[in-house]
Design a protein around this ligand. Structure first.
Ligand code: G3I
Length: 355
């Protein structure tokens, strides 16, 4: 009860921030498509600066971690939707699109699942009932889902780890169900919420042509078999040295499928060599800013308007980025600094949206 009151109180504060901010020129007011960010609901509830940036600047949000398997389904018989529900309530209050991430992945695996023993029918039932339960809970509220995340290795083969791998990284779906679990996951999602847009999401497609090719081949196969897939997510965790040609080629080829195209997890590393003494110099900033602008320009140029699902940043301020927070790398990968002030790259991104 106390937690519910706290959540309601946080939502009222956030609503007030939104009212104050409504008239300013922001990314969302300018963009011809949705511009979003991945959200940590704890920060959204507790940090007023985080709240105002999200509320003012973005019109789409993605659940960064709270709807991953390990978070939403921590025990076999227990689902925990509290934080996901908070994000949905926030999104509804502010008329923001909400994108669910993600249903089947080899990470964020709860211990009970990694220890589960059963035949392939039992595993199939787990996959299906997880997808059905989560999508039914959010039916009519969540516009889209990343159904399967990162199912391919960079060389284009289906990811398959040893069954003895640490439990966070077991590709158990593939191990127990074969590679066609991907198609079935899309079918289960479509059965549960026929109106939800369903995405396949992966990283490194701009640097690994074999992976890109494998994903496109999967889409061709899905279309032939009538498997319901509506969009592709190019995560776009890139760095200042990522080749422009690779970025453009990936966007172009993904757009050629005719599906929705989501730049789904954008961030740009400055410190690709993980140098602990690195300084964020003006010349590094300039390279990074140009790269941000390049991604927008190519997205606008190469993706037909009706396929422009949008561009989503992977969290908000530099200090919240998985690169800094969890990988512990000294870096500045986003448009806002650790205090949620706009960085120089904000203007580059903004101008590229505008032009
Ligand atoms: O919640 C626990 C906390 O209770 C504990 O004290 C703490 C100590 O380690 O860990 C916390 O969990 C962390 C979790 O984020 C919570 O937010 C995990 O350690 C940490 O590994 C986890 O990292 C997330 C990672 O996916 C793995 O799930 C990142 O925040 C998240 O940004 C990252 O996102 C992925 C996308 O889903 C898929 N594409 C790549 C992207 C970046 O890796």
């Amino acid at each position: 009860m106390i937690n519910r009151i706290k959540s309601l109180f946080a939502l009222v504060l956030i609503w007030l921030a939104g009212v104050v901010a409504a008239q300013q020129q922001t990314l969302q007011s300018l963009a011809p498509f949705k511009v979003g960010c991945a959200i940590n609901p704890d920060l959204l509830a507790k940090n007023p600066s985080y709240q105002s940036v999200v509320t003012e600047e973005f019109n789409s949000i993605t659940s960064e971690n709270v709807l991953k398997f390990g978070a939403v389904h921590p025990q076999k018989e227990v689902y925990d939707f509290a934080k996901g529900d908070f994000l949905v309530a926030y999104a509804q209050m502010h008329h923001k699109r909400i994108h669910g991430h993600c249903l089947a992945w080899h990470q964020s695996v709860p211990k009970w699942l990694s220890e589960f023993e059963g035949d392939s029918a039992a595993w199939e039932n787990l996959l299906r009932s997880h997808i059905r339960t989560v999508l039914t809970h959010y039916k009519g509220k969540m516009e889209a889902w990343d159904v399967v995340n990162e199912a391919f290795f960079d060389n284009g083969t289906y990811r398959q780890d040893s069954v003895n791998a640490p439990h966070r990284y077991i590709t158990f779906w593939r191990n127990h169900l074969g590679e066609d679990y991907i198609a079935r996951a899309f079918e289960y999602a479509h059965e549960a919420d026929p109106n939800a847009l369903l995405f396949y999401n992966d990283y490194g497609q701009e640097s690994n042509p074999a992976k890109l090719k494998a994903i496109l081949a999967m889409v061709t196969d899905f279309k032939r078999r009538g498997i319901p897939i509506h969009g592709l997510g190019l995560q776009m965790h890139i760095g200042i040295n990522t080749k422009d040609s690779g970025i453009a080629e990936a966007i172009k080829q993904v757009a050629a499928t005719g599906l929705l195209v989501h730049i789904s997890e954008l961030d740009i590393k400055v410190n690709q060599k993980k140098d602990t003494a690195i300084i964020y110099t003006d010349s590094l900033k300039a390279l990074q800013c140009r790269k941000f602008a390049f991604v927008v320009e190519q997205y606008k140029k190469l993706v037909p308007k009706k396929q422009q699902y949008g561009i989503t940043f992977w969290n908000v301020g530099d200090g919240d980025s998985w690169i800094v927070k969890w990988e512990k790398i000294k870096d500045w990968p986003l448009l806002f600094d650790v205090n949620y002030r706009k960085k120089a790259c904000y203007s580059y991104f903004y101008d590229a949206l505008k032009e």
